[in-house]
Design a protein. Structure first.
Length: 545
C-alpha cells in the first residue's frame, strides 16, 4: 500500500500544475469578456473616434524617419517652426510603428488590449486586497463603464495601465515591504515619455507618504515613521526619474503652464467639469458618491491615506472630467475592500445556509482562484492579432469613424484640398478634422489648428473659437490667415455666415460638413504686381485675394 500510494502521488502533482496553467481562470474570463465586448461588439471603431490619434501617428512617423524627437512645429501654417513639446513621443513611435506595419487597425487593436488589460489589472487588485468576488465584479463593471468616455486610441491608455499596475505594487508593498516597489522608479522614467499622466503616480505617492506621516504624529508608531520615510524617498526618486525626457525640466514648466491656462480650462471639453448625463457618467456617479460617502468611515478608522486619495481625486474629477478614470482606478479597490469587510462582518451573524453566508463563502473561495496566471490571455491576444492581420475591412476598421469625420467628402475633394499641380490651399476646419487631415495628407498639408491645445495656446485658440461661433471678426480672421477653403461642421454658426457671404461658394454639403471655397476676385494690374512681389519674397507667400 505505501508503495502504491507513492507511485500514484508522484505523477499527480505535475499533472495538476499543468492543468492549473491550461485551465482558464476567472481573470481570463473577465479579460476575454472585455475583449469580446470591445472588438466583436464593434467597440474597436469607437477607439478611432478621436482625431488626435492622427497627429500622434504622424509625429511618430517623423521620429522614426529622422531619429529625432521634434522640438518645433511642422504641422501648422499658423505657428510653423515655433517651439513644441512632443511630450508623448514614445507612444507616438509605438503608434507609428504599428501603423506602418498593419495600418490604423493595429493601433486600435493595441489600444484596446491595453485598455482591457488595465481594467483586468484593476479587477485583480480588488481581489488581491481581499475583496469579495461578487463585489469586485460589480465594481469592475462599473469602473469599466465609467472609463468608456476615454476609450480612444491615444497615449492616455498607457497611463491607465501603468497607474493600475503601479498602485497594485504600492498596495502590496504597504502590506509586505519589499524591493518590488522600487520598480516604480524606472516605470516613471518610461511613463514620462509616454504620457503626462505620470503626475498621477507622484500625487498618489505623496499622499501615501503624508498619510503615514500623520499616523506617526498621532500614534508615534515606528512602523508609520518607516513607511512615511520610505514613500517620501520613493516620491523623490520617482520625481527625479521624470527628468529623463528629451526636454528635461522644461517639460515640467510647460505642463504647469498648460494646466494653468484659462483658455484651456474654459474651452477644452476634457478640462471642464463632468456632465452627469448618459449611462457611462451615471456609472461614474455611483462610484463617486459611494467613494465620498466612504471617506467618513475611513477617517473614523484613521485610514488617512485612503480617505486622502479619494478626496483629492474626487475634487480633481469634479474640476476636470479627464480625471474620472484616475479616480476610478484609485477609488474602486478601496471601495471594494471596505465593502467586503462590512459584508464579511455582517454575514458572520447569519446562519451558514443563508444566502448572505453562501455568497460570502463562494466569493471568498473563488477570489483566490481568480488570480491564477494561465496561457489563455496570451492566446487570446495572439488570436486577435491573427484576426486583425488577415481580417476584412468590415471586421477591422481601416479608417477613422465615419460618424465623426467627413471622410467621404474629403476623399471626393482630395484634389481640391491637396492639389498636385497647384500650391496647397490653406484650409480652416475643426481641430478634430484637422487632426484627420494631418493623418490623411501630411506632409503635403498644413493645418490652422489641431488638438494640441498646449501648443497653440490662448491667442490662436480664441481666434479659432471666434471663427467657429461666427463672432463679429470672423471675416477679418479668415482674411488675416489667407484661408482658401473652409471645411465646416453644419451646426457651426460659421456655416450659415459663409452660406450668405458672396465671397464664398459651397462645393459640397453632405449634411455633416460643408466645404466652402473662397471666390477669387479679378485682380487689377496693381494687385497682380503686388501678388507677384509677395510670392517672390517668401516661399510661403500666397496670391493676394
Amino acid at each position: 500500500m505505501p508503495s502504491l500510494t507513492t507511485t500514484y502521488a508522484t505523477p499527480i502533482e505535475p499533472r495538476q500544475s499543468w492543468v492549473g496553467f491550461l485551465a482558464p481562470s476567472l481573470t481570463d474570463c473577465f479579460f476575454a469578456a472585455l475583449l469580446a465586448w470591445l472588438f466583436l461588439g464593434g467597440g474597436s471603431k469607437s477607439l478611432l473616434g478621436d482625431g488626435d490619434t492622427g497627429w500622434h501617428i504622424r509625429t511618430g512617423d517623423y521620429i522614426l524617419e529622422h531619429h529625432f524627437v521634434p522640438n518645433q512645429d511642422f504641422f501648422s501654417f499658423t505657428k510653423p517652426g515655433e517651439p513644441w513639446f512632443a511630450w508623448e513621443w514614445a507612444s507616438d513611435v509605438v503608434f507609428a510603428a504599428l501603423h506602418q506595419a498593419w495600418g490604423i487597425k493595429a493601433v486600435a487593436l493595441v489600444a484596446g488590449i491595453v485598455l482591457c488589460g488595465a481594467a483586468t489589472l484593476l479587477f485583480c487588485r480588488m481581489l488581491s486586497s481581499g475583496g469579495n468576488l461578487f463585489l469586485a465584479v460589480a465594481a469592475a463593471l462599473l469602473s469599466n463603464g465609467a472609463m468608456l468616455v476615454h476609450y480612444h486610441a491615444r497615449p492616455h491608455v498607457f497611463t491607465f495601465l501603468l497607474l493600475a499596475g503601479s498602485l497594485w505594487l504600492l498596495a502590496r508593498d504597504r502590506h509586505a515591504p519589499g524591493w518590488g516597489v522600487w520598480l516604480l522608479i524606472p516605470i516613471t522614467a518610461l511613463w514620462v515619455n509616454v504620457h503626462g499622466g505620470f503626475i498621477s503616480l507622484l500625487v498618489c505617492l505623496a499622499i501615501t507618504s503624508a498619510g503615514y506621516g500623520i499616523l506617526w504624529l498621532l500614534g508615534g508608531k515606528k512602523q508609520n515613521a518607516f513607511f512615511a520615510r520610505r514613500y517620501a524617498a520613493l516620491t523623490a526618486f520617482c520625481s527625479l526619474a521624470t527628468l529623463v525626457n528629451p526636454y528635461g525640466y522644461h517639460l515640467h514648466q510647460h505642463i504647469a503652464k498648460y494646466l494653468q491656462s484659462s483658455f484651456v480650462l474654459d474651452t477644452v471639453e476634457e478640462f471642464q467639469s463632468p456632465k452627469f448625463r448618459g449611462e457611462n457618467m451615471f456609472q461614474f456617479e455611483v462610484l463617486l458618491l459611494a467613494g465620498l460617502a466612504l471617506t467618513g468611515i475611513l477617517l473614523a478608522k484613521k485610514k488617512f491615506i485612503e480617505a486622502g486619495l479619494i478626496l483629492f481625486w474626487a475634487q480633481a474629477t469634479l474640476t476636470s472630467v479627464r480625471h474620472a478614470p484616475i479616480f476610478v482606478i484609485v477609488a474602486a479597490p478601496i471601495l471594494v475592500e471596505e465593502l467586503s469587510e462590512t459584508w464579511e462582518r455582517w454575514s458572520r451573524t447569519k446562519p451558514r445556509d443563508s444566502v448572505a453566508a453562501i455568497l460570502r463563502d463562494l466569493g471568498s473561495e473563488f477570489s483566490g482562484a481568480t488570480l491564477r496566471a494561465t496561457i489563455w490571455a496570451p492566446l487570446m491576444i495572439l488570436g486577435l492579432t491573427v484576426s486583425m492581420v488577415n481580417g476584412s475591412a468590415e471586421t477591422w476598421p481601416g479608417n477613422f469613424a465615419k460618424i465623426k469625420f467627413p471622410i467621404a467628402l474629403i476623399e471626393q475633394y482630395r484634389e481640391t484640398l491637396v492639389p498636385t499641380a497647384k500650391p496647397i490651399p490653406r484650409t480652416f476646419t475643426s481641430d478634430q478634422w484637422a487632426d484627420y487631415l494631418t493623418y490623411r495628407f501630411y506632409p503635403r498639408i498644413r493645418i490652422f489648428m489641431d488638438g494640441r491645445s498646449d501648443f497653440f495656446g490662448g491667442d490662436l485658440g480664441k481666434e479659432y473659437v471666434h471663427l467657429a461661433s461666427g463672432s463679429h471678426d470672423w471675416e477679418q480672421i479668415l482674411d488675416h490667415y489667407r484661408i482658401d477653403l473652409a471645411l465646416v461642421p453644419v451646426e457651426w454658426p460659421l456655416a450659415e455666415l459663409l452660406k450668405r457671404n458672396s465671397g464664398w461658394r459651397i462645393l459640397k454639403d453632405d449634411k455633416m460638413a460643408i466645404l466652402f471655397e473662397r471666390r477669387t476676385p479679378v485682380l487689377t494690374p496693381v494687385l497682380m504686381k503686388s501678388a507677384a512681389s509677395a510670392e517672390g519674397s517668401s516661399s510661403n507667400a500666397r496670391s493676394l485675394l
